[in-house]
Ligand binder design. Structure first.
Ligand SMILES: [Fe+2]
Length: 245
């Protein structure tokens, strides 16, 4: 299930992966409305087995502690990310590169994909890939925030390009034009960063962008109520997040 909530100009996606046969569920990047996420899991009759964090930016993780309180479950994040961004919640567990998290009946493979942040992680569940802000359908996440590195992101994007099959469905932390769920093959066609084969070209292109003041407002204070807040909606409730007001 795909939830969307957060700053109205750039809401975050929160994902609930459920195994309908076992009733086990995994949440990716709970933020902004953990109560709403917990209620949705309860409504499905599922039990939360794990929370996985693609990275430590507050707009992706500001609901982790609350969700873990409501539904205790181990929280997985890379060791580098936990140390750098001081991620510290009950049940925190480090996930190594290539490690498989067995969340009840759901197998989640962690791939370290740094660049947007020091220890960003992507998670592969079957043929579904959750990439946080490492990769969007049309681009990549900013690398100018503290801990970001365009050269590391080059390696991560190249790695995804090598290791991820064309038919894999990709789920990002935000959207620009296209919503989540495009195939990696589709991203290969439309995302220029998957075409930049030289590190120099990639880094220069990624670093060309000026700081977008509006995007910066996402980061510093997760506890503040943002202006223009988009309440949690689910894309399977009859409208996609993009069309919901
Ligand atoms: Fe981010």
């Amino acid at each position: 299930m795909i939830g969307s909530a957060g700053p109205a100009h750039f809401p975050n996606y929160q994902y609930v992966v459920g195994d309908v046969s076992s009733g086990h569920a995994v949440v990716v990047d709970p933020a902004w409305d953990s109560g709403g996420i917990a209620r949705r899991i309860e409504r499905e009759g599922w039990s939360l087995q794990a929370i996985v964090l693609t990275h430590g930016h507050s707009d992706h993780v500001n609901g982790v502690a609350e969700l873990a309180r409501l539904m205790p479950a181990p929280v997985y994040v890379s060791a580098d990310e936990a140390a750098y961004y001081d991620v510290d919640v009950p049940g925190l567990t480090h996930c190594g590169d290539g490690a498989t998290v067995h969340a009840g009946s759901i197998a989640v493979r962690a791939m370290h994909t740094p660049g947007h942040t020091v220890g960003s992680c992507s998670f592969l569940v079957g043929d579904h890939l959750f990439v946080g802000d490492t990769l969007f359908p049309e681009g990549v996440g900013f690398t100018h925030f503290e801990g970001g590195c365009a050269s590391d992101l080059y390696d991560s994007v190249r790695r995804l390009g090598r290791e991820i099959a064309d038919e894999t469905l990709v789920y990002s932390g935000h959207r620009y034009q296209h919503g989540p769920g495009l195939t990696f093959g589709e991203l290969r066609r439309r995302n220029i960063y998957l075409h930049l084969s030289s590190r120099k070209d990639f880094v220069e292109f990624a670093d060309r962008r000026t700081v977008a003041a509006s995007h910066d407002r996402l980061l510093p204070d997760a506890s503040a109520t943002p202006t223009g807040y988009a309440a949690l909606t689910w894309s399977d409730d009859g409208a996609t997040p993009a069309t919901r007001k």
